[in-house]
Ligand binder design. Structure first.
Ligand SMILES: [Zn+2]
Length: 503
């Protein structure tokens, strides 16, 4: 069986879960669900990053140990993902013993291979980023380019990873693997970073103790970023179960925001090569969600909680609108108003009304017993195109384009009804044919829409009188025109997506 390993970044445990975290995590969840429906063996990982100075300081302020601090805050991510129906197979915390073992083994290998050396580091350090900046990276008045706050001058004895040794190999990898990073603009961006020249990077600290100890030198801990990246290897058995790691690692897909491209797409593959791991991950990078629109701009971005959006739109309404409205790649405007309009047009109108109308007419014209579709239906070719384009969209990690293609089929079915007006016709073969086609279109939309809206599409599936859940089907078998069985009695029910008004 094909394997598929997909990850989100592990989120910084001190952050409140916000809409940006939700965007990456939801996309990864939908992609994971899609691959399960392809029949692949899927492992989906998310988690929290729990080391570093910021957490040590927050713990001191709250009178807690760093682990107690992390325990309290990590749970917020778990709760947020539960409220969004995220289907992760594992939730890794970098404070877990399994992770410490993996970090020490991976970096020990780099050290043994001669890619880690001792040196003195001096530079401008942003506490919030937990990163050093070079002079030309700093903003006005020597401020952090991200936080706009003054940086601190730090001098410390630490270990350096010889990143500079990997310029050629990283360049070859990105040049010879056109799909290594998608969309392609981000592959070019990573290549650009490498071509500017790579400097060796400091990977340990003596100034803090909240981190994974350097195994060959007491008093040093690994700098939070380098331990964090290794979580992806930890979760599939690196350091504890070599056979499991060998099975899963070649199937690795990292999904992430562009702000962490340098760490993920340049530093991390170099660390893997340094440790003798030749299989490098595949990357899928998205841009920033920019908050616009009246309602949202009153709240700062990092305060828009996914849970509040679920209260507005329902779990699946929110999932659909977020996935459908924003392509995975470019920067994108996020607003309450556009979410609302997407919900109302695609879910309340196009899909919800279609389902409601068709089941009502079946009640009136067919005695509540659903007819079967036509094999040679005028919708069949359009369905085949929509299915092919949906599959192509998901294959490229583009939920938005996959869903766009799927919803074109729902619109085709609506058009079929407006053109033929079966509610005006006498019961008989013509009405049966039209309704059978519409039911089949609904079946296919519920099937292909399930990774985005697992519960709502399962409810639609039941309303179509179909057994089981759409997620239990295999795309290759079920996404083919003509399978709606007919002859089933359709249950009645309330609209699945009631129209929403602006609040
Ligand atoms: Zn900063």
């Amino acid at each position: 069986m094909d394997r598929f390993y997909v990850t989100t970044p592990i989120y910084y445990v001190n952050d409140e879960p916000h809409i940006g975290h939700a965007f990456t995590t939801l996309n990864a969840d939908a992609v994971a669900r899609w691959h399960r429906m392809l029949g692949e063996d899927v492992f989906f990982l998310t988690g929290t990053d729990e080391h570093g100075l910021k957490i040590q300081r927050a713990a001191e302020e709250n009178g807690l140990s760093p682990l107690e601090q992390a325990d309290r805050t990590s749970v917020r991510f778990k709760e947020a993902w539960r409220s969004l129906n995220i289907s992760n197979d594992d939730f890794i915390r970098t404070t877990e013993p399994r992770h410490h073992v993996a970090v020490q083994q991976l970096l020990q290998r780099c050290y043994d291979n001669g890619y880690i050396e001792r040196g003195t580091y001096e530079g401008s350090y942003c506490v919030s980023c937990e990163a050093y900046y070079t002079d030309d990276e700093l903003g006005e008045d020597r401020t952090c380019p991200i936080h706009k706050r003054p940086v601190e001058h730090m001098v410390e004895d630490n270990y350096f990873f010889k990143l500079s040794a990997f310029e050629d190999r990283l360049t070859d990898w990105l040049t010879n693997s056109p799909d290594a990073i998608t969309p392609d603009g981000y592959r070019k961006e990573a290549l650009g970073l490498i071509r500017q020249g790579l400097e060796d990077i400091s990977i340990s600290r003596t100034s803090i103790d909240w981190g994974v100890p350097v195994p060959w030198d007491d008093g040093h801990v690994f700098y939070v970023w380098y331990d964090a990246l290794i979580n992806y290897a930890t979760a599939v058995g690196f350091g504890s179960d070599d056979a499991r790691f060998e099975q899963w690692w070649p199937a690795t897909h990292h999904m992430l925001g562009k702000d962490i491209l340098r760490f993920h797409c340049v530093y991390w593959p170099a660390m893997l090569l340094a440790a003798g791991i030749e299989d490098l991950p595949t990357y899928h990078v998205h841009g920033f969600l920019l908050v616009s629109g009246e309602k949202m701009s009153k709240t700062s971005f990092n305060k828009i909680s996914p849970t509040a959006m679920v209260e507005e739109f329902g779990v699946d309404g929110f999932r659909y609108a977020l996935l459908r409205d924003h392509s995975f790649g470019p920067d994108s405007d996020f607003s309450y108003e556009s979410m609302l309009s997407r919900y109302n047009s695609d879910l309340a109108n196009t899909f919800g009304n279609l389902l409601q109308r068709v089941t009502t007419i079946v009640g009136k014209k067919c005695g509540g017993v659903a007819p079967a579709p036509r094999v040679d239906s005028p919708v069949a070719d359009k369905a085949a195109t929509a299915i092919a384009e949906t599959i192509a969209g998901w294959a490229k990690f583009q939920a938005a384009s996959g869903l766009d293609a799927t919803w074109r089929l729902a619109r085709e079915a609506n058009e079929l009804l407006s053109e033929t007006e079966p509610w005006k016709l006498e019961p008989g073969p013509e009405v049966d044919a039209i309704l059978g086609d519409a039911l089949e279109a609904l079946r296919i939309v519920a099937l292909l829409g399930a990774p985005a809206m697992p519960e709502a599409m399962a409810a639609a599936w039941a309303r179509l009188g179909l057994p089981g859940r759409p997620e239990e089907q295999r795309i290759a078998d079920a996404a083919v025109w003509g399978q709606y069985p007919g002859g089933v009695t359709l249950p009645e029910g309330e609209p699945l997506f009631p129209r929403l008004k602006a609040t």
